[in-house]
Write a protein of this length. Structure first.
Length: 121
């Protein structure tokens, strides 16, 4: 069995000149507590700007990964990576990175793990 370790849940969002700071709920308590179905439901709610927020999309992708829904995870990471909105994120490990970079890291990890699983079969 493969154990997935991802960049999120996000601890905080750092303000920057690149974009307005998103609402704090993108760190999503349900995701942090391992309640992935609830996290997906919560992260998909809101207006168009909220549901297309990069931090929210990265967390959504992470929840999908934990549910084994790799297609939707990939889609969420790609949407965050190509978003017109960007800002700095503080990740669970304390590092601060650009939201597009965080999304790219998550997508690369997802694709790498998918290749490993395919090779094992």
């Amino acid at each position: 069995m493969t154990v997935y370790r991802y960049l999120v849940p996000l601890v905080a969002v750092c303000g920057s000149a690149m974009a307005a700071q998103p609402e704090a709920s993108v760190s999503n308590e349900a995701l942090a507590n391992g309640q992935y179905r609830q996290a997906v439901a919560e992260l998909r709610q809101g207006n168009l700007d909220q549901i297309n927020d990069p931090a929210r999309l990265i967390n959504l992708g992470t929840a999908y990964v934990h549910l084994g829904d790799f297609a939707n995870a990939s889609d969420a990471f790609r949407r965050a990576m190509y978003s017109d909105v960007r800002y700095d994120l503080e990740l669970a490990d304390g590092s601060v990175v650009d939201s597009r970079y965080a999304a790219r890291l998550a997508l690369v990890k997802l694709e790498k793990d998918a290749r490993k699983q395919t090779a094992v079969r």
